[in-house]
Design a protein. Sequence first.
Length: 140
Amino acid sequence: MSTMHPSIEQHPDLAELRSRFEAATTTPRAQAVETLALLTGVFLAASPWIVGFSGLTALAVCNLITGVAYCLFMGGVGTAYERTHAMAWAAMAIGAWTIVSPWVIAGDMSTTRSVWTNVITGAVALCLGAAMAMTDRRRA
């Protein structure tokens, strides 16, 4: 005699947990943070051409890659919060990298434009990642 066990997907606690996570991402605060984060990522990716330091090829490519990665991480947080909540921590690391990248990348990348752009954009990215990572799921 064999007994059929329901899969973990149908467990009532898991369903409740998913509904809490979904409620956390539908709050106006979470949606605002996600929107600002996506705009920050797009600006970071395009900043060498917007601000005018695209001649610093290594930093321009770095900003392009990190901006796209930041958009993907923070966009994933909003669409599948319960599975990608940890990506907000990775987005914080991208923000920290953005701050220090003009001095770390090989070659002299520290022009006034590149430094100010990366420091401000990195600080905003870091704060938005922290805001998403620290979202209180229990209040939702």
